[in-house]
Design a protein around this ligand. Structure first.
Ligand SMILES: COC(=O)C(/C=C/C1=C(C)CCCC1(C)C)=C/O[C@H]1C=C(C)C(=O)O1
Ligand SMILES: O=C(O)CCC(=O)C(=O)O
Ligand SMILES: [Fe+2]
Length: 381
C-alpha cells in the first residue's frame, strides 16, 4: 500500500514517481497579479500593460453573422450512446478525429445540478476579495483562488480569475482550500464531480468502442483516475481586443468537460485549420474535449486541440471545467493498435505523474507542453 501525503502545492502535488515522496518547494517570483474583477470595478478605459498581448497574440473577436454551419462543433446525443446506437458511436469517433471537441446533449446529468453549481460558482466569485483570498492560489501552484500558470514577472496575464480544486484521488485535496461560503458549495462540488466522473467513464467507453477497442480499456488502464475542477470567471473588459481571457493551450487531461454558464457571451475559441473558431454554446449542453493523454494513447489519431477564451466588452462569463486524467502512477505511451509502418510511434513512454508535474510547472503555450512526450523526428530537408 502506498501512502501519499496531502499535497498543497505544485511541487508537492506530484510526488516523485518512484518513491512517491514529496519534492521540496521552490519559490516562484510572479510579481504583482491584479485581480481582474477588482480592476473592472474601477472601470478603467485602459487595461494594465501586463494584460496587453503582443500583436501576434491578440484575439479575433466573434463577429456577426456567426460562422457558417459547417464550422459548427459536432453535437453528440448521449441518450443514443447509452442505448448502444452504433451510428452515434460513429459520430462520436468522427467528432474526436476531426474536431477533438464536441458538445454533448441529453447527458443525463440533472439540469438542476448544473444550475446549482453555476449559481454557487458565481456566488463564490461575487464574494468580497478578502473572503476569496482566504483560499489563495500560491504563486506557481494550480489550486485555490487566483491565476494559475504564472511563473515569471514579465509573463502576460489572462483576463480571468480562477478557482480550482483537486478532487480525486483523495491525496490531491487540500481541505484548507475548500470554501466555507457560499453554503453547500463543497457538497455541491462533490455531487457534481460524481456525476461528471460517471459521464467521463461512459464517454471513454464509447470512445474506446469507436476505436475498435474493448469498452473498458481506458477505465482499466487509468487506475484511480485524477479529477480536478476549475471555475473560470471572466469579467467584462473595456479592451477585449487587446487581452486574452485564457491563453491558448491544450488540456493535459484525457478528457475535459466544460460547462458554460447560461446567458454568457461566446468566449471559447478553438484552433481549426489554423483559424480561431468561436464556439456558440448550446443551452444545457456540455462541451467535451480530447486531452493530451488520448492523443498519446491513440498515437495522434485523436488530437488534443488548442483552445483559448476571449473576454467581452460588456458581459461577464463563467465556465466550470473538469479535468479527468489517469492515475499519476500510470505509464503511458501509444497503444500498439495505433502503431504500424504507416503510423510510426510519435510519443515516448512516460509516467503520467511526471507529465502532470511538467504540465503544471510551465505556462500555457499552445501545444508546447506535449513536446515532453514527442519523439523528435529528424528534419531531412
Ligand atoms: C488547463 O489545465 C489545467 O488547469 C489542469 C489542471 C489540473 C489540476 C488542478 C486544477 C488541481 C489538481 C491537479 C491537476 C493538475 C489535476 C489540467 O489538468 C490536467 C493536466 C494534467 C497533466 C492532468 O492530469 O490533468
Ligand atoms: O472558459 C473556457 O471556455 C475555456 C476554459 C479552458 O479551456 C480551461 O479551463 O482549460
Ligand atoms: Fe482548456
Amino acid at each position: 500500500m502506498i501512502h501519499v501525503p496531502i499535497m498543497h502545492n505544485y511541487y508537492e502535488l506530484c510526488p516523485d514517481s518512484v518513491s512517491m515522496a514529496p519534492v521540496p518547494n521552490s519559490p516562484v517570483k510572479v510579481g504583482h497579479i491584479d485581480d481582474v474583477q477588482e480592476l473592472r470595478k474601477t472601470k478603467p478605459r485602459t487595461v494594465p500593460q501586463r494584460f496587453v498581448r503582443d500583436m501576434t497574440e491578440r484575439p479575433t473577436l466573434p463577429t456577426t453573422p456567426l460562422p457558417p454551419p459547417d464550422t459548427h462543433m459536432p453535437v453528440i446525443d448521449f441518450s443514443k450512446l447509452s442505448k448502444g446506437n452504433k451510428d452515434e458511436i460513429f459520430n462520436l469517433a468522427t467528432a474526436c478525429q476531426e474536431w477533438g471537441f464536441f458538445q454533448v446533449i441529453n447527458h443525463e446529468i440533472d439540469l438542476n445540478l448544473l444550475e446549482r453549481i453555476e449559481n454557487l460558482s458565481r456566488e463564490f466569485f461575487m464574494l468580497p476579495l478578502e473572503e476569496k483570498q482566504k483560499y489563495p492560489m500560491a504563486p506557481g501552484t494550480v489550486q485555490g483562488y487566483g491565476q494559475a500558470f504564472v511563473f515569471s514577472e514579465d509573463q502576460k496575464l489572462d483576463w480571468c480569475n480562477m478557482f480550482a480544486l483537486g478532487l480525486e484521488p483523495e491525496y490531491l485535496r487540500n481541505p484548507n482550500l475548500w470554501p466555507k461560503t457560499p453554503e453547500r458549495f463543497s457538497e455541491t462540488v462533490e455531487e457534481y464531480s460524481r456525476e461528471i466522473r460517471k459521464l467521463c467513464y461512459n464517454l471513454l467507453k464509447d470512445i474506446a468502442l469507436g476505436l475498435d477497442l474493448k469498452g473498458d480499456v481506458f477505465e482499466k488502464m487509468f487506475g484511480v483516475s485524477v479529477q480536478a475542477i476549475r471555475m473560470n470567471y471572466y469579467p467584462p473588459c473595456s479592451r477585449p481586443d487587446l487581452v486574452l481571457g485564457l491563453s491558448p493551450h491544450s488540456d493535459g487531461s484525457a478528457l475535459t468537460v466544460l460547462q458554460q454558464a447560461k446567458g454568457g457571451p461566446v468566449g471559447l475559441q478553438i484552433l481549426k485549420n489554423n483559424t480561431w473558431l468561436p464556439i456558440q454554446p448550446i443551452p444545457n449542453a456540455l462541451v467535451i474535449n480530447i486531452g493530451d493523454t488520448i492523443e498519446v494513447l491513440t498515437n495522434g489519431k485523436y488530437r488534443s486541440v488548442e483552445h483559448r477564451a476571449v473576454a467581452h466588452e460588456e458581459k461577464d462569463r463563467l465556465s466550470i471545467v473538469t479535468f479527468f486524467a489517469p492515475s499519476y502512477e500510470v505509464e503511458l505511451g501509444p497503444m500498439p493498435e495505433f502503431v504500424d509502418e504507416n503510423h510510426p510511434c510519435m510519443y515516448r513512454r512516460y509516467n503520467h505523474g511526471e507529465y502532470s508535474k511538467h504540465y503544471v510547472t510551465n505556462k500555457l503555450q499552445g501545444k508546447k507542453t506535449l513536446d515532453f512526450a514527442k519523439i523528435q523526428t529528424k528534419n531531412t530537408d
